[in-house]
Design a protein around this ligand. Structure first.
Ligand code: ZN
Length: 355
């Protein structure tokens, strides 16, 4: 099986085959039957890798992410949803998996293969095959791999309202600024997508919960915001992604659908890794450079240049963000007066498969 993965961090093929991530990428890209074959025959690892305990780690890494309860999109609507066209669309999940008892081709492949291998099949092998079947039943959208991030609304949401734009707020949650930003958004009935850093989400789970319950979207923005993100070792990149998913799930009971790479840095590897976790890459096209603290006026003026359909960036964490909060005090009522609305980036899985 080839590894179609010429990313900048790509190690030599033999190393990739042995590495945990090599296994992950292979599994993410393989067809259902391939996955089962690979797991039953051990095609994903070498004998040395097996002895070193690498093959079980591949599977643990996968199943750690792909437990049925983790792959089911969870409702992100608040208890009392604000009226908004996109809030009427709960995530549609057409494909049952995990607990389903229907036996598709993947099941038969596993059954046949394991029958042949019965003489040295272990309990562990059977568990691997079962997990592979669960994996194979994932909706196709989960394996959709983009080659560039979304930086406009219509790349994530079908037919967005004409006067809609997206406000993305990065690097929090922050106990000093996030509550102010939430109050402002509530006051002007605007909704945003908060790209949270995992360590902050773990430190301030209540803020993540407040964000989500107010109807805003929580986006995975890595665990430590290490830069340059695309140059990190592959294993570290995956840890940054998974730990943040867990921190957000624990804090707010929602599973992010979007990943924003720190610094907007992307690589082939990042696209593949996030696809295997069911995440879509999120970028932006309006950057007021508020993080450089150029002054409230400049930030507000730059944000107000945004046109419908665009994705605007700003920050509620990562330093002194008082200028950003003050800019939002001007920007939000101005957008409201102009009839613009900011909508949450609530993406619909079946839309993404069609793109
Ligand atoms: Zn950031």
């Amino acid at each position: 099986m080839s590894l179609p993965f010429p990313g900048p961090q790509r190690p030599s093929r033999s190393v990739a085959r042995r590495s945990v991530l090599g296994g992950l990428v292979v599994l993410a890209a393989a067809s259902a039957a391939d996955i089962v074959r690979m797991l039953v025959h051990g095609g994903g690892g070498t004998a040395a890798g097996d002895r070193a305990g690498l093959r079980p780690r591949v599977v643990n890494l996968l199943t750690g992410n792909l437990r049925p309860e983790d792959t089911t999109p969870r409702p992100t609507e608040p208890a009392t949803p604000k009226s908004h066209p996109h809030h009427s669309h709960a995530p549609v999940h057409h494909h049952s998996h995990g607990h389903s008892h229907s036996h598709g081709p993947a099941h038969h492949a596993a059954h046949n293969q394991s029958g042949k291998q019965h003489h040295h099949e272990t309990k562990h092998d059977r568990a691997q095959a079962r997990r592979a079947r669960e994996h194979a039943k994932l909706p196709p959208a989960r394996l959709h791999i983009r080659t560039s991030p979304a930086y406009r609304l219509d790349q994530l949401i079908p037919n967005p309202p004409e006067q809609a734009l997206a406000l993305t707020i990065d690097d929090g949650p922050d106990p000093e600024y996030t509550p102010d930003v939430l109050r402002l958004l509530d006051k002007y009935q605007m909704q945003a997508s908060f790209c949270v850093i995992g360590v902050h989400a773990a430190a301030y789970p209540k803020l993540v919960r407040d964000i989500s319950r107010a109807g805003h979207i929580v986006v995975n923005h890595s665990y430590t915001h290490a830069l340059p993100f695309s140059k990190l070792p592959e294993k570290r990149i995956v840890n940054e992604i998974t730990k943040t998913q867990r921190a957000i799930e624990r804090a707010a009971g929602v599973t992010p659908q979007l990943f924003r790479s720190p610094g907007g840095e992307w690589s082939r590897f990042i696209f593949r890794a996030i696809a295997s976790y069911g995440l879509e890459p999120l970028d932006w096209d309006v950057d007021p450079r508020d993080w450089a603290r150029p002054g409230t006026k400049k930030i507000a003026r730059r944000m107000l240049r945004a046109r419908p359909g665009e994705i605007v960036l700003c920050h509620d964490g990562g330093g002194d963000r008082i200028e950003t909060v003050r800019a939002l005090r001007k920007v939000l009522p101005t957008w409201q007066r102009k009839g613009l609305l900011t909508i949450p980036l609530h993406i619909e899985p079946h839309y993404l498969t069609e793109k």
